[in-house]
Design a protein around this ligand. Sequence first.
Ligand code: FCB
Length: 463
Amino acid sequence: ELGDRLPTGFRIGTATSAFQIEGGARDGGRGESTWDAFTRQKGRILDGQNASVSTDHVGKLSEDVTLLRELGADIYRFSFAWPRLQPDGRGSLNRAGVAFYDRLLDELLGNGISPMATLHHWDTPVALRGQWLNRDTAQRFGDYANQMGEVFGDRIDAWVTVNEPATVTFNGYALGIHAPGETLLFDALPAAHHQLLGHGLAVQALRAADVRGQIGLANVHSPVQPATDREADRDAAALYDLLHNRLFADPVLLGRYPDPAGVFENELRFLHEIEPDDLRTIHQSLDFYGLNYYQPTRVAAGAGGPVSPDGSSPAMNRLPFHFEPFREHPVTGFGWPNAPEYLLVVLTELRDRYAEALPPVYITEGGASFPDRADRDGTVTDLARIDYLAEHLLAAVEAVAPGGPAEGVDLRGYIIWSLLDNFEWAAGYTQRFGLVYVDFTDPSRPRTPKQSFSWLQHVLSSR
Ligand code: FCB
């Protein structure tokens, strides 16, 4: 029984993000985000859809909290929509936005669910000129964090400053497959630095507001392998590992940017022109480190293939590397390799690279999309998702168990992406990650718990 194999105190949760589930794009004076603007551009979203209604979480908040209570999970990870709280990205907080999250928090706490809140899950206010390319956005983010700490600091158990700054940098600013759609390649590095600086300023701001919850961030990690043993492939893999993993973990945990060691130094020179004070700001002591894990990556030298798991763009043809498939593993709906053994690898890498600098870890996201269908009687039989989650949960707890390869990592829990089927960014509604099925063709957006929901309910109650 899986429930018996989870260590005592190991916590399980589910996650969502504001832009992906809320809808209510025009409610209560909400401002516009980069993603609202992006989804209006032709050809950006695979199915041509937008998220102005999405799952209508703003209209169905109580129903969603009831689902959470029935599920019995310990933690609910959600995100605050910055444009709902600060429509222009500056100034005092918008009352209607605060009222919405007040209600959510009251309902969560009233039902015994522990809130973990993300301050930036990609929906940056468009009113902030240049968004993350502009250093001032980091200051604005620190200010927003401070006000949020003042208002919600008594009710949030865990704060995540930024979610996956790597994805925002590469998909949003380097490759143009996510908002705001820039194709700057290596010139996107300032967007990485400013998000990291924003993280550091937000940690300081939350501490200044004396919040009672724990503070961390969520980085996506992917174990990187060279496609062959050739030197060029090994260099390309090292570059990708640096860009995707170390660039975002090293400054946060070690207080420095990774050293390219003579390879691709010219492409990365921005990192070595950074003010040392910035690195001190970024290097804050954290209560936990959030790890998002979905898949490993195999990298080969030279352009000519995908370099993002989330889509493609012509800009990719100008990069010195590309991805190769993992033919030995089955894939999820997205075509991502389903490889729980690499969760072991990533936890081991974290321990080896960061040792004592690594705070307690939460896996803040993990999960899979599959082409789920609701049968005539309303059941959604998602056995592949059950296997995926069971295997990943076991891999995580085995990795860190005494004698395991990542022994020493203080792993506190696993948070499943996602509670609900939702707007999967550039893939629109074509990828379903939820434990709960949502019918997007019905204006009332009815929810149907999938079989994985009942399975998890059982795992949780049999602990
Ligand atoms: C992660 C994102 C999350 C969701 C999953 C599938 O990269 O943080 O919002 O889209 O991927």
